[in-house]
Design a protein around this ligand. Sequence first.
Ligand SMILES: *Cc1c(COP(=O)(O)O)cnc(C)c1O
Length: 419
Amino acid sequence: MTAAGGALLRQDRAQLWHPYSSMTDPAPTRLVTGAAGSRITLDGIGPVVDGMSSWWSAVHGYRHPVLDEAVRRQVDRMSHVMFGGLTHEPAVELAGRLVELTGLDHVFLADSGSVAVEVAMKMALQHQRGSGRPGRNRFLTVRGGYHGDTFDCMSVCDPVGGMHSMWSGLLPPQVFGDRPPELDADVPAWAQRFRALAAEHADRLAGLVVEPLLQGAGGMRPYSPACLRVFREVADEHGLVLIFDEIATGFGRTGHFFAADAAGVRPDVVCVGKALTGGYLSLAAAVCTTEVARGVSASDSGALMHGPTFMGNPLACAVACASLDLLSTSDWSAQVRRIGAGLQALHRIPAAEVRVLGAVGVVRLDHQVDVARATEAALAHGVWLRPFRDLIYTMPPYVCDDADIAAVCTAIAAAAEAG
Ligand SMILES: *Cc1c(COP(=O)(O)O)cnc(C)c1O
């Protein structure tokens, strides 16, 4: 560790919140001095493979020349202008790409994933009001989900593992179905219970919000694609706005461009974020059908009542366009398949459960991970991991080569043993 690095870390510890951290008893943090390709450089350690893609986002790795150039070009034009009453080429270009990719019609650009989910939920509520059903103000979802940290998002996160107990009485009450099953054989029984639950609450429900195919931060659980068709049918039967939160799963991570493609299901609203800019800047979007947009516009306010200051930030839109172009010109599907094949080595690790879906690998232990020890063990093998609860997992950048993926598997094995 350098002296300058030590000083930064002391100041960080004294002044900065980190995600889900304590200010009085902060967990250790490490100093990053740079990043390139699949690696981030830690002060005093050197470059290590980023097994987390900076939380799903850096799919093309770091300092990608095409993405760097897109940001530079846009900086030379303008970095930001307000979106109220103004527009610009990067936003229009991005909307065109998102409409084409999602098969939906209208794009709301938000500044973070949580805000995109808030906006999607607001779309559903306003759509119901505009359709003459103002009493429909609750959401149907499933247990085990994660949709962000703002209050409405928290209300549809897993009621046990999420933050419900801490905020009981403050979160809007929502309707929770059982976790969608992993095995196709278990789908009919689950679907029957889910349909009954929806029918019971239908006249209060505005929408159905779920992460398609893979529940992420709520527990890293893949489930049967057949459940997606059940979601679509239930939404159609009861007039619910079907919202797919693809913030983690979008842009190829599960082996499908969108996770919903696994079942050929089209939602009414899709939320994207995380990898949208290739991990360069914070940007997300809620994309909806014309029908939802009409309902929203027919509601009492006559408009979608949301407008963040940094809505449609040109730098973020420009790099998002470049990242989507990179995906469309690269063979992301082959990259994800290759990484998934490499991650099969995880099955050799003694653990309660191992799950591999697309370029996501998850090892579940039979106890809570000692995060400090597990992280240390992974770093000793040259890999950055960030376990939580009983899970050690990876969603590496698509640019990782086979040696990187082998290192990630070795590091996860070491972390599982140490943690
Ligand atoms: C990360 C995530 C969010 C929240 O996105 P932020 O940009 O962190 O606000 C919402 N939904 C899912 C599925 C996520 O993985």
